[in-house]
Design a protein around this ligand. Structure first.
Ligand code: ADP
Ligand code: SF4
Length: 710
């Protein structure tokens, strides 16, 4: 197939200062939870994006100096020669597949608590650091010498970046991550010298840094400036008209403008709260202020939207972080006219949770994300089958669908049997919840990939029992039968069922999703799950006119959604809908019309009135089939069944991302014999530095200390 000529414009080369990108697909810098700890995983992940056709592939922020590091978060560092090999490897991986490599230099300024380096953080003024964990650390107001140092650190880091092979080097002043943004900000920068006051003064540092970096490497590298165009704080924050003025002041200075919203939660909004292209109103008009190319993001997955961005003069380059994570081959698929093969990002921000939890990034749609180097997985290819074999998969939820699709690609003869008439498992109902319709793409993508496969047969409305499985004639059986929500309160806070009077109506999320409703208007929703389900059901019930009280042992509703950066939006929406929130409370007794709750700290009891209780506690796996089959060893053997494997929620209920991963893992590992006891993935362990056991620190004759001369 060839590409639709409507999309030709996306494949035009664009000059960025001294370099030229082969097309308009630009993977903007994004964090990934790998950073300096997992450099080869990181390098391979970037390599695959270059292979997938992105014209530019950038690193995440690379901390330029120990005076600004954001431990415990794991980013890149470009402090000295020690960091060079990993940075060189990333650039080489990107170049190997024809893309330009960008490196986002970053001095985090007063975003950095410096918990690792223990240096005093630097900012425009004396204030507590703006870090993630309310760290008891204050930044020091920078004096002129600090500013000179900062400029020098940028120059030195830029020279290293060029030496490491990068084509585009950033000066980062966005999202309150890039330290110069604190200088741009009226509310942070109350200085009275030439770096504070007027917008021109507040822009001075950024201007100097761009000039310095251009001076240092501009002959060979493009210098990009990344700023935030709005903080969504009204007059309190940096807003669009100010951002326009900043771009107006520095218009021709950088070789590229990279536009973001601030903070990160506004930049990477989820599909629950915003649509594709949500940044358009903020970036519109900026391109007209400069002749330099402009890149912006907005969860772009539709090539028509991308083309419109170019044609309407809003952007020159289509920026993407999440769409490039969900589908590293998005550009190639557009180029090859395979639009229906695009694995569209669902906007769930599970990827973001990797950075927030300091673990290797994962993606709901792309289970190979983060596993490219350590497990050898690829987003598009999988090794051929080990031998001819029939595989029966029971259950077509995310786990079963992914397993069927990837086993199909390997060439196995696959049968997927689903009890329901629709494919999708938990997502059949969950995609109907408020704001979650885009999550249905997990099902639609897989169902549409499976449909034309001659070796994958799908049977809906087909509940299988033990005898059906034994009689089917498959060599391998996969049980992907999912899970259901518990009706008691057993989860984290309570490990035994709470005493419950049967006269009280108790509903589970499954009941509500299947259309049952509380018989009374006042509803108490107990949430000891803490991800999206409790908050979303409270929203649904409140919208339908129920008077909802959310009781949770946590401090906030849907507390885990902090890791997807949704929590403040969830809480605001519920409060605006009139939902009452009772934090730090655990269920104690359920009586008709009343629920007794205990304070998590004092145990003091409170009674709340409610006509119905919605229990969002934990889930139980549907593992009856697996258990029954395990007991039938002889029959399994007689039936020629070589393996029975339980995957996804049926093994242990988890996220949709975990179920998709489980399906992929099964497909990857079928027919492969594992080395007993071996760690199932590669990892990098820090190389040990020489250490003289006879010379203890501080003793006469011990070696000079780091950063000191003899
Ligand atoms: P996961 O997230 O692990 O994929 P889901 O709960 O989303 O799990 O999907 C499990 C699917 O398995 C559901 O669609 C359910 O209807 C189906 N299922 C459960 N038991 C059977 C069975 N005995 N035969 C066929 N399908 C089943
Ligand atoms: Fe998109 Fe979710 Fe994947 Fe992130 S985890 S890239 S938001 S599908």
């Amino acid at each position: 197939m060839s590409r639709d000529p409507r999309y030709d414009v996306l494949f035009e080369p664009v000059r960025i200062g001294p370099v030229v990108t082969r097309n308009r697909f630009y993977q903007v810098p994004h964090c990934n939870g790998m950073g300096y700890r997992d450099p080869s995983s990181l390098a391979m992940m970037r390599a695959i994006k270059a292979q997938g056709g992105w014209g530019v592939v950038c690193t995440e922020q690379a901390e330029i100096h120990p005076s600004a590091e954001i431990c415990p978060f794991i980013e890149l560092r470009i402090w000295d020669e020690q960091d060079m090999p990993m940075l060189e490897r990333i650039a080489a991986c990107v170049h190997a597949h024809g893309a330009l490599a960008g490196l986002q230099l970053c001095h985090n300024g007063m975003n950095a608590p410096n918990l690792y380096s223990r240096e005093i953080p630097l900012g425009p003024v004396d204030l507590p650091v703006a870090s993630g964990f309310l760290d008891p650390v204050q930044a020091r107001a920078m004096d002129k010498r600090d500013i000179q140092d900062l400029r020098r650190w940028h120059r030195e880091a830029a020279v290293r970046a060029r030496r490491a092979g990068y084509d585009i080097v950033y000066v980062y002043a966005g999202k309150l991550f890039g330290g110069p943004m604190f200088f741009l900000s009226r509310r942070y920068n109350t200085r009275t010298d030439e770096y504070g006051g007027s917008l021109e003064n507040r822009t001075r540092l950024l201007r100097e840094l761009i000039e310095d970096v251009k001076d240092a490497v501009g002959d060979r590298c493009a210098v990009a400036c990344r700023i935030s165009v709005d903080e969504l704080l009204g007059d309190q924050g940096l807003h669009a008209s100010e951002a326009h003025e900043i771009v107006g002041l520095l218009a021709e200075l950088p070789d590229l403008w990279d536009l973001t919203l601030s903070g990160w939660e506004n930049d990477s909004q989820t599909s629950r709260f915003s649509q594709e292209g949500y940044q358009e109103p903020f970036v519109r008009g900026i391109k007209q202020l400069t002749s330099k190319p402009v890149v912006g993001v907005g969860r772009f997955t539709s090539p028509d939207t991308m083309v419109r961005m170019i044609r309407e003069g809003i952007l020159d380059l289509i920026g993407a972080a999440r769409p490039s994570i969900a589908d590293p081959f998005l550009p190639k698929k557009i180029e090859e006219g395979r639009i229906e093969d695009i694995r569209e990002c669902i906007g769930c921000n599970i990827c973001v949770s990797g950075d927030y939890t300091m673990s290797i990034m994962r993606c709901t749609q792309n289970p190979s994300m983060g596993e490219e180097w350590r497990r050898g997985w690829h987003p598009e290819w999988i090794r051929p089958r080990h031998a001819q074999a029939r595989v029966l998969i029971v259950g077509a939820g995310p786990a079963g669908l992914e397993a069927a699709m990837m086993l199909g690609r390997r060439g196995y003869e696959v049968t997927l049997a689903e009890r329901g008439v629709q494919l999708g498992g938990r997502l059949v109902q969950e995609r109907l919840l408020p704001g979650l319709s885009a999550w249905g793409r997990v099902v639609d993508y897989r169902a549409s990939q499976i449909a034309p496969m001659p070796n994958v047969a799908v049977y809906r409305d087909n509940e299988l029992g033990v005898e059906d499985i034994l009689g089917f004639g498959a060599e391998h059986v996969v049980i992907a039968t999912g899970a259901h929500w518990r009706r008691d309160a057993v989860a984290r806070a309570l490990l035994a069922p709470v005493p419950t009077d049967p006269a009280m109506q108790v509903l589970t999320p499954d009941d509500l999703m299947q259309g049952e409703r509380p018989a009374a208007r006042s509803v108490l929703l107990y949430d000891d799950d803490h991800y999206y389900m409790g908050g979303i059901l409270a929203e649904r019930l409140a919208t339908e006119g129920f008077a909802v009280t959310v009781v949770t042992p946590a401090a906030e509703v849907s507390m885990w959604t902090r890791n997807t950066m949704e929590q403040p939006r969830v809480q605001r929406r519920l409060l605006e809908l009139g939902v009452r929130i009772e934090p730090h409370r655990v269920l104690s007794a359920v009586r008709p019309g009343q629920v007794q709750v205990a304070c998590c700290f004092t145990g003091r009891l409170h009674t709340l009135t409610a006509g119905a209780l919605v229990m969002v506690s934990s889930r139980l796996p549907h593992n009856e089939l697996s258990r029954a089959l395990q007991l039938r060893t002889a029959q399994l053997r007689d039936a020629g069944i070589l393996s029975v494997t339980t995957i996804g929620d049926a093994a242990a209920p988890g996220t949709i991302a975990a179920a998709v991963f489980a399906g992929r893992r099964y497909a990857e590992e079928l027919g492969v014999s594992a080395v007993p006891g071996a760690v199932p993935f590669r990892r990098e362990v820090a190389a040990l530095a020489p250490l003289d056991l006879s010379a203890l620190p501080g003793m006469p004759g011990s070696a000079p200390r780091p950063g000191e001369r003899d």
